[in-house]
Design a protein around this ligand. Structure first.
Ligand SMILES: Cc1cc2nc3c(=O)[nH]c(=O)nc-3n(C[C@H](O)[C@H](O)[C@H](O)COP(=O)(O)O)c2cc1C
Length: 421
């Protein structure tokens, strides 16, 4: 990418302050949105841009906004800054380096959705980011971008930064809302979807940090500019956070549909120590792993779905040769077991069993029957858990058995991990 857009302020000294943000062209989309657009026209603009939610599911943002029932107030907007998926750290970079970019996105989105109170729900671990956001919110109030009668438009907005305690389930939208209301962050049954009945049982828009961050650019540059990048169904720019066995892990901004190989080799400096790549988790720890045969897959929602995986949050994890797949999946299963909220039996019991069986295979006590047993447990969680956390736990297990069955069998046959001396 020649000119960074989403990351344009990252690395600029004091980019988190309102002065630097404004010197660099910030808070120009806001007056444009307030003056040139009625709320409904803004919803239509975002719809036409094709911007899809960047939290994982990829649902079109403008379409979600248009689900708000007409004439029902108050309504709320909640920015999901929980960022709990292992491997995902793109929102953190935006929050810490460009908090005003996010705030401007939130203000415009609230104007579009006729919201007068908004929240940023940020995970407990992001202490530094939360402080930066709180400071930026104060600055935005002081400059008249938040509060009453914003820039003389008659539009009012209050923005509250709310810190979570650090639980993966509080990234799931209904768990997040329950937590924001002050209860234990358990998920709720859908429908009703938050757009019709969300926070305090009022219509609520929930969007990811990166989703809202895109909005000012779409206002400034137009829907056609946005759709000129990526593909017809996956337009625009995406932040990819790449980690694992690469030379330059980090956050990279690329048009959707950029090949995975380009991200790994041209941006992330290729595999660490030049070792061959063994597997790639393409979109955060819940997305099924793929093998290097698929290195040329375009990074967009449809192309990844076509090869049986997902773009998810855009968190690419590269696993090099010499890494034990069983150990990797055992570690991920431990995460999901720990994060299962316990509300439903398939997820609570199932994730525990997945971890225990993977643990015994990795530690030399596995049995041949363990592979069909793991797959059987997966089918007893998949589609049967109360919320998608259960399904998320299955991605690494099923895909690793599909691609690396021999490595599992070697552990079982030799009664030891081949990678441990
Ligand atoms: C277990 C679980 C955890 C999630 N964690 C996050 C998260 O940390 N951040 C996020 O934006 N979305 C997360 N999501 C997705 C949200 O439920 C929701 O789809 C998203 O915030 C909507 O925003 P978007 O449409 O802008 O993507 C999670 C979903 C599940 C099932």
């Amino acid at each position: 990418m020649a000119e960074p857009i989403l990351l344009r302020n990252v690395g600029v000294p004091d980019s988190h302050t309102i002065e630097v943000y404004m010197q660099r062209g910030g808070y120009q989309a806001l007056p444009k949105a307030l003056k040139e657009y009625e709320p409904a026209a803004l919803v239509d603009l975002v719809k036409r841009s094709g911007l899809r939610g960047r939290g994982g599911a990829g649902f079109p943002a403008g379409v979600k906004w248009s689900f708000l029932p007409k004439g029902v107030y108050p309504r709320y907007l909640v920015c999901n800054a929980d960022e709990g998926e292992p491997g995902t750290f793109k929102d953190r970079v935006l929050i810490e380096h460009d908090p005003h970019g996010l705030i401007e996105g939130i203000i415009i989105s609230c104007y579009a959705c006729e919201v007068n109170t908004a929240f940023i729900y940020i995970r407990g671990e992001y202490e530094f980011g939360a402080r930066r956001l709180e400071q930026a919110v104060q600055e935005a109030y002081a400059h008249g971008f938040l509060g009453k009668n914003i820039l003389g438009s008659g539009f009012n907005l209050d923005l509250i930064v709310h810190r979570g305690a650090g639980a993966y389930i509080c990234g799931e939208e209904t768990g997040l809302l329950t937590s924001l209301e002050g209860d234990r962050g358990h998920p709720k049954l859908k429908p009703p979807f938050p757009a019709s009945e969300g926070l305090y049982r009022k219509p609520t828009v929930i969007n990811n940090v990166e989703t809202l961050f895109n909005v000012p650019f779409i206002v400034e540059r137009g829907a056609e500019w946005y759709t000129s990048m990526g593909t017809e169904k996956s337009p625009g720019l995406k932040l990819f956070c790449i980690s694992g066995h690469v030379n330059k892990p980090g956050v990279y901004e690329l048009p959707l549909a950029t090949p995975l190989r380009t991200l790994i080799y041209d941006y992330a400096g290729g595999p660490l120590e030049g070792k061959p790549i063994k597997a790639i988790i393409p979109g955060g720890s819940s997305t099924p792993m793929i093998t290097p045969e698929n290195l040329d897959v375009p990074l967009d929602y449809e192309s990844l779905a076509a090869i049986g995986t997902m773009l998810g949050s855009g968190a690419v994890i590269v696993i090099g040769e010499g890494t034990c797949i069983v150990r990797t999946v055992e570690r991920l299963a431990e995460f999901y077991r720990h994060e299962s909220c316990g509300k439903c039996i398939p997820c609570r019991e199932g994730t525990d069993w997945l971890y225990k069986i993977l643990h015994r295979i990795e530690h030399g006590a596995g049995r041949e029957e363990d592979l069909p047993l793991l797959l059987d447990i997966c089918s007893n969680i998949g589609g049967k858990s109360f919320c998608p956390l259960g399904d998320a736990a299955l991605g690494p297990v099923r895909s690793s058995i599909a691609h690396f069955r021999d490595e599992y069998l070697q552990h079982i046959r030799d009664k030891r991990c081949p990678y441990q001396d």
